[in-house]
Design a protein. Structure first.
Length: 79
């Protein structure tokens, strides 16, 4: 857990070392894509609740901005 691949000049990890998943998306499905900046700072339950709360009230872009802002704010929390 929490040992992600790190690509860079000082890393031995290569793009080929990454993981790929395929999922079948169907009409009505919602895909939430994010980096460790989102998923390391917010639980899946919190993300889902925020998306569901905003789904009918605001455009997807606004929900994404809100998620990013909250994840950034949480990243500074030292507790």
């Amino acid at each position: 857990f929490n040992t992600p691949y790190q690509l860079g000049t000082q890393s031995g990890d290569m793009p080929a070392d990454g993981q790929m998943e395929r999922v079948e998306a169907r009409p009505g499905d919602m895909l939430i894509l994010g980096t460790d900046g989102l998923f390391d700072n917010m639980s899946e339950e919190t993300i889902l609740a925020k998306v569901q709360d905003g789904l009918h009230a605001q455009p997807a872009q606004e929900i994404a901005k809100s998620l990013a802002a909250q994840a950034q704010e949480l990243s500074f929390d030292e507790s």
